[in-house]
Design a protein around this ligand. Sequence first.
Ligand code: NAP
Ligand code: 8YV
Length: 319
Amino acid sequence: MTHTGTVLRVPPISPQLHDAVGERYAALDLPAAPAARAAFLAEHGADIVGIVCSNVSPVDADLIAALPRLGVIANHGVGYDNIDIPAALDRGIAVSNTPDVLDDAVAETALALLLAVRRQVVAADRFVRDGRWLDGSFPLTDQVAGSRVGILGLGRIGQAVATRLEAFGCTVSYHNRHRLADVPYDYAASPVELAAGVDSLVAVVPGGAGTAALIDGEVLDALGPTGVLINIARGSVVDEPALVAALRDGRLGGAGLDVYADEPRVPAELTTMDNVVLLPHLASGTHPTRAAMRALTLDNLASWLADGTLRTPIPELAQ
Ligand code: NAP
Ligand code: 8YV
């Protein structure tokens, strides 16, 4: 069945994706201000058949309810915790994401953060720029090679991280809710058990209620004063105040973060710590990866409008 109607762009989305949607379809942008949004939805809500959004564009039940003809939500990103999935499924709305095409870029970001924290790359760069090398050598550091790394969320991206870690001679272990039969890595039955047995912990589980504060104070204490946390998942996966306190009190050795609880705001205390490396949610932010994500987002939208099918439906639709 062919669908016709207007596509709603829910900000923020990249300028390239914004323009590509506008070139292909009748498209409108959802206003951010509440009063303007209410007036917009009253005027245009009944025309909207599709949404294009990114992982930071909230598509909540109220928005879905205001769009009586909405049939598809094409999410630019593999994580879709920004979308009220039960509300969408209750309405029979198709939801797509962008899995696989970003695995390499995100996995190398995890390695970049792990190397930067363990080898203190950012602090060493500042050491040279500040002229302090003239006064003596930079202190010895830890290293990634040969270390024990735990992966919390050994899925598509987690396995891409594990493959890279093997090349560094690391010992990899993991925790999922379900043990995998065909991987050469030790399984830990809980996040605490995983953290207690590794030097560094890489978080790459989905966001949302099911993983909220999955990494809490107990997990951080199990990782310990020489342990390092790498978070490339979602900020919500970590108890952020507990993380800040553990780093401040020396109960955690360091952290490399790409995601935060309240992006783009970052706890000020983290910005003063030399054993913390901070990235602005850029793990998939490379030219080829974002081009592939954009193409897949557009393919999903075009496919649904043409015949009601999706290239990459979210797993909940397959159940
Ligand atoms: P995926 O293939 O679905 O892998 C997710 C893994 O997490 C699965 O192995 C799953 O195994 C495990 N998991 C889910 N819930 C869990 C829980 N409560 N406890 C323990 N393990 C759990 O997804 P992916 O493609 O690797 O992407 C993972 C996430 O990375 C995304 O959802 C997104 O939030 C994040 N991400 C971030 C960026 C960035 O820019 N920083 C970019 C891309 C993705 P079980 O089902 O067996 O538990
Ligand atoms: C973002 C991500 O989607 O894919 C995900 O889940 O977190 C990132 O790739 C990206 O920042 C564009 O929205």
